[in-house]
Design a protein around this ligand. Structure first.
Ligand code: F6R
Length: 263
């Protein structure tokens, strides 16, 4: 796991955006795995700017989002499909037909999971997966106790996640408590994973992800087994890491090596 600790949320977004820009520059038909929530928003704004300035193009790219609320169709203002349109897809040169979210309105949600897996497979698999992390260590909506080799399926949200996400809903609005989410096994098959975390509220989850045991109690800890994961976190999210100084030291050493190799 590569751990990059930066001074603030803006630096985290900038670093993450550079990785996605490089990915698109190297492979314009990249398959991007995307996330919703607050954390990726600043990164999406940077990608929109880069697209407007013609530094990158999404015209050949395709996307797969991690998750969707069960019971909401894509036109619902609270659906993650709607969120993605508003926050990213409507502002870039991507073909909407090439953007995918699990079908929250599927008649048979159990089947919808398998169909999503099939779609990812026929798209060639995910090149790079963006993740946020829940306070309880969830990635996607894989809550604690999720099977670490799970595939896209229906998952029940914990009370903590429902409360964390309540900020997006008005008091009298229906808030779903079921989701359809890529599994940990699905995420682990992405060729590259980039996880962003900012703020004190994520410090326990980051500690458990990096320094805790590999355990379904912290689903993100499965990333310890992934061959190419980068954690980009700010000082607050890193504040409970016991070996923070060592992780920074590794990054400085990596930097020196890359410069020596002219990369
Ligand atoms: C979103 C998702 C979730 C969020 C996580 C953090 O698609 O899958 O795992 O990444 O709940 O959310 P924020 O970024 O709002 O703190």
């Amino acid at each position: 796991m590569k751990i990059v600790i930066l001074e603030n949320a803006d630096a985290v977004a900038a670093y993450g955006a550079e990785i996605f820009k490089r990915q698109l520059a190297d492979k314009n038909d990249s398959v991007l795995g995307l996330a919703t929530g607050s954390t990726p928003l600043a990164l999406y704004r940077k990608l929109i700017d880069a697209n407007k300035q013609k530094q990158i193009s999404f015209s050949k790219a395709s996307t797969f989002n991690l998750d969707e609320y069960l019971g909401l169709d894509g036109n619902h203002p609270q659906s993650y499909r709607h969120f993605m349109n508003e926050q990213l897809f409507d502002h870039i040169d991507i073909k909407l037909d090439n953007t995918h979210t699990p079908n929250g309105a599927a008649e048979n949600p159990l089947q919808a999971g398998d169909e999503y897996e099939q779609l990812i497979k026929s798209g060639g698999g995910i090149d790079i997966q963006l993740l946020g992390i829940g306070r309880n260590g969830h990635v996607g909506f894989n809550e604690p106790s999720s099977c670490l080799s799970s595939r896209t399926r229906v998952k029940t949200l914990t009370q903590a996640t429902i409360e964390d996400n309540a900020r997006f809903f008005s008091a009298d609005e229906y808030q779903p408590h079921l989701s359809i989410t890529m599994g940990i096994g699905t995420i682990m098959e992405a060729r590259q994973v980039v996880l962003l975390a900012t703020g004190e509220s994520k410090a326990d989850a980051i500690k458990a992800t990096v320094e805790g045991p590999l355990s379904a109690s912290c689903p993100a800890s499965a990333l310890q087994m992934h061959l190419s994961t980068t954690l980009i976190i700010d000082e607050s999210a890193a504040s409970k890491l016991a070996d923070k100084a060592f992780y920074k030291h590794i990054e400085r050493e990596n930097q020196i090596l890359l410069e020596r190799l002219g990369m």
